[in-house]
Design a protein around this ligand. Structure first.
Ligand code: 13P
Length: 323
């Protein structure tokens, strides 16, 4: 039995957690792995065995909820920084994330006016550039709005859509959010679709209903192929900027629900590949416990992403877990 590298180790570590299995049972599960030579059978583990054949988990394991997704640690700078502080922060991050890493992706989303200088500061590093919002129409007479093409032109690979501040401060509906999702994917951007319930909705026991509505609304008419360009970010509104973080159990429960929703809407294989980030008061001291949950595939970080001293430890927590 040859394991296929760090990601597979992460799979097993999480499998142990998810299934609550003891070592002997895990050994037994490991025995069920098969080595197959054909690239068609490439596992989402994404690694090759020493002899060049690809390690594939058998169907039993594919049904299980195990880690095979690359962490995404994203900084949402919101309406913060100026050109000088934004560029300085980007340079610091570029210095700590120079190379693409197999297990962790890093993204920053600065305010629109700083996309270009921040993008320049990130050149040659593995830190990716994203925007915080977009408009769904093609370039034209839409004063104050920004088109997908413009974001691409500025070097963005990602765009956040449906952030709670867009929903609750700017009054964006699921329909608007859906149009933005569809336009962004069509224009070649990766989308981070944000969902999350208000405190009153959680207290009324409506968390899952709200998530279902936001997911169905945001992904309306989005095919499986197009949805492959989407990352979900679960951000409970009561945890955003409040210092009150969802407990790892609360986060895991919501993420598990979202994954089940994806299984029903698309299919189990697709759902197992979709990344679901957690956002809401993620900090250096809680990142590892949140990211260590089987269904938490990264973090969307607000306040703590504004200083490298507080953001880099979150990246490091993901790096540690990805090993
Ligand atoms: P905080 O990390 O400041 O709570 O913000 C979370 C968020 O809204 C990220 O999009």
């Amino acid at each position: 039995m040859h394991l296929c590298g760090p990601t597979a180790d992460r799979c097993f570590r999480n499998l142990r957690k998810v299934l609550g299995k003891t070592e002997p049972r895990l050994q037994q599960i490991r025995q069920t792995h098969k080595l197959r030579g054909s690239p068609e059978f490439r596992s989402p583990c994404d690694g090759n065995s020493a002899n060049g054949s690809t390690l594939v988990l058998d169907d039993e394991l594919h049904q299980k909820d195990w880690k095979m997704r690359r962490f995404l640690v994203a900084g949402n700078w919101k309406m913060n920084t100026n050109r000088q502080t934004g560029v300085a922060l980007a340079k610091e991050l570029a210095a700590v994330a120079k190379m693409q890493e197999p297990g962790v992706e890093v993204l920053v989303c600065p305010p629109y006016p700083y996309l270009l200088p921040v993008g320049e500061a990130l050149q040659g590093s593995a830190v990716q550039l994203g925007a915080q919002d977009v408009y769904f129409e093609a370039p034209g007479a839409f004063t104050g709005e920004i088109a997908v093409d413009m974001l691409k032109d500025c070097g963005c690979g990602y765009v956040l859509i449906g952030h709670s501040e867009r929903r609750h401060v700017m009054g964006e509906t699921d329909e608007i959010i859906n149009r933005k999702v569809v336009a962004s994917i069509a224009g070649g951007l990766n989308v981070v679709l944000c969902v999350g319930e208000l405190l009153s909705e959680r207290e009324a026991g409506q968390t899952e209903t709200v998530l279902d509505r936001q997911m169905a609304g945001g992904l309306k008419g989005v095919s499986e192929t197009d949805a492959a360009k989407v990352v979900i970010a679960y951000e409970p509104v009561w945890a955003i900027g409040t210092g009150v973080t969802a407990s790892p159990e609360q986060a895991e429960s919501a993420h598990e629900h979202l994954r089940k929703w994806l299984t029903t809407r698309y299919n189990a294989e697709f759902s197992s590949r979709m990344r679901i980030l957690y956002g809401g008061s993620v900090k250096a001291d809680n990142a590892e416990s949140l990211l260590g949950q089987p269904n938490v595939d990264g973090a969307l970080v607000g306040g703590a992403s504004l200083k490298s001293a507080s953001f880099v430890p979150i990246i490091d927590a993901a790096r540690k877990l990805a090993k």
